[in-house]
Write a protein that binds this ligand. Structure first.
Ligand code: NAD
Length: 504
């Protein structure tokens, strides 16, 4: 099967196969459809991979169905061994994965290596440990014994976004496999190469053929085919709220498959008057611009109490504008800010900045495109950079405050009382995350119980952990990735009533 040759850091080259990964083989798509993969930094075509369509998804489902009985029956300790082996192989090839994220998603190599890959392997190891510990319960019932078993759904679909493709895949893959499901992973069309590399390692780890299948492809074809498929019993989706609605509709009008939705967010970060301001400025700066703001838990609405507003804004502004000095090729050492994922995402973010100006918000800093200081990016084809951008003088009804921008754009708001900030922070359709900065434990506890969010960060921001559930509420979705709670979403209950016959 043909492969793409990629060049990582320091000119080191490595290969990833270009086919669909079905039953441990890389194969062409049935209709020979392909997907062009671009480098958002340089604008260069990295290569072409096969793109799955409905018939390919169906083939993957048939192969996964064949693998299901074997995988279900495989002892938990064997599943554990394979998941552990996969985690070790990802750690071994961390340089390749970091390079892939830089090459097709524009993510900063050093940040991916330190955060995404570490978290991805932690999560696989965490769920490897669960594989032989998933059990039900036994109870007395009238004239007999009741057994409550937790059983896998069967063939499941995992639909992945482009903004952290390996980490988010592992959030789903670990618990899905540990609980005995077999899977079809739909890689994101803009950043499919992590999935290609992962397929290689699934085969190398020794997973039985068909247990994990990986199909890059477009959402409207491959993604929709998963959501509609009559033999797929569960879909775990991460992506925008808009697409999440389509997945839920497709599930409802096909076989009522179980759906987990990890959707968009518009997180509030609340800085109280007693906060450690240096700490608050550090985390809110990172929490409003990391990965160019292309992060679902972005804390892009920053609420600051009157008493510390001016001091906070000063510290925050220094930290948030420093990064501009370190833009460049995300593959290179020392670069802290890469390009946007695509030209259309760049245009979308710039249009929100225009909308903010048009609505009368006051630009504190940023608001413009940046140019590669080395001048090496081809500015006609590359996605381009956007300066970290912050607006003040904003109101809750402005578009830039209400909508998820998914770019390095934040708003700073003043508030006086706790009641006021709770009301404003909760006045959002989304409910994915919120942060609180304070040294007063009573305030922290009052606010953290009053805020509507699946993730609460206290004196920090965006620190996922394998043993904590991750998910949203309101229009940010439902269900959990990670934590022991995720296992509930990957298993269905079966109650068995065992009548005690009266023998002699
Ligand atoms: P997206 O919704 O455009 O795409 C996500 C995935 O869905 C892609 O693989 C895409 O191909 C697929 N898809 C598109 N149309 C589909 C359809 N009709 N049926 C089935 N699948 C379809 O999102 P994106 O632009 O890739 O990612 C950014 C969004 O993801 C943001 O809104 C962000 O907040 C969200 N996100 C959420 C989390 C979370 O855990 N809550 C994490 C990361 C990203």
């Amino acid at each position: 099967m043909p492969a793409l040759t990629l060049t990582g850091r320091g000119g080191r080259s490595f290969e990833v196969p270009t086919g669909l990964f079905i039953s441990n083989q890389f194969i062409d798509s049935i209709n020979r459809t392909t997907l062009d993969v671009y480098n958002p930094y340089s604008g260069a075509l990295l290569g072409t991979v096969s793109a799955g369509e409905s018939a390919d998804i169906d083939l993957a489902v048939q192969e996964a169905s064949k693998a299901l009985p074997t995988w279900r029956r495989l002892p938990g300790t064997e599943k554990e061994r394979l998941l552990y082996r996969l985690a070790s192989l990802i750690a071994r090839d961390a340089d390749d994965f970091a390079a892939i994220h830089a090459l097709d998603a524009g993510m900063v190599y050093d940040q991916v290596r330190a955060l995404d890959i570490r978290n991805a392997t932690d999560v696989l190891r965490h769920f490897a440990g669960w594989a032989d510990k998933i059990s039900g319960r036994i109870t007395d019932i009238t004239n007999g014994t009741g057994y409550v078993r937790r059983e896998p759904f069967g063939v499941c679909g995992l639909i992945i976004p482009w903004n952290a493709p390996l980490m988010i895949t592992c959030w789903k893959l670990g618990p899905a496999l540990a609980s005995g499901n077999v899977v079809i992973i739909k890689s994101p069309e803009l950043a499919p190469l992590c999935g290609q590399k992962l397929g290689q390692l699934i085969a190398e780890a020794g997973f039985p053929p068909g247990v994990v299948n990986i199909v890059p492809g477009h959402g409207a074809t491959a993604g929709q085919a998963i959501a509609e498929h009559m033999q797929i019993r569960k879909v775990s989706f991460t992506g925008s709220t808009q697409t999440g609605r389509k997945v839920l509709q497709a599930a409802a009008s096909s076989n009522l498959k179980k759906v987990t939705l990890e959707l968009g967010g518009k997180g509030a970060s609340i800085v109280l008057k007693d906060a450690d301001l240096a700490n608050a400025a550090f985390w809110t700066s990172m929490g409003s611009s990391a990965n160019n703001g292309q992060i679902c838990v972005l804390g892009s609405r920053i609420y600051v109490q009157d008493e510390v507003y001016d001091d906070f804004v000063k510290e925050f502004s220094v930290l948030s504008t420093q990064g501009t000095a370190y833009i460049g090729n995300p593959l290179d050492a020392g670069v802290a800010k890469g390009p946007m994922i695509s030209r259309s995402q760049h245009a979308r973010v710039m249009s929100y900045i225009d909308a903010g100006l048009h609505e009368g918000a006051q630009l504190l800093f940023g608001g413009k495109q940046l140019h590669d200081p080395m001048g090496t990016a081809d500015e006609n084809h590359a996605s381009g950079f956007i300066a970290n951008t912050v607006f003040v003088g904003v109101t809750e009804d402005m578009e830039i405050v209400k909508e998820e921008i998914f770019g390095p754009v934040a708003t700073i708001h003043r508030f006086s009382t706790e009641a006021e900030v709770i009301q404003k922070a909760n006045a959002s359709e989304y409910g994915l995350s919120a942060s609180i900065f304070s040294r007063d434990i009573d305030r922290v506890q009052r606010l953290s119980s009053a805020l509507e969010a699946g993730q609460m960060f206290v004196n920090c921001w965006g620190t996922p952990s394998a043993n904590m559930p991750f998910g949203g509420t309101k229009a940010s979705g439902f269900g959990s990735d990670m934590g022991v709670e995720a296992l509930e979403g990957w298993t269905t209950l079966k109650s068995t009533y065992h009548w005690h016959m009266h023998g002699e």
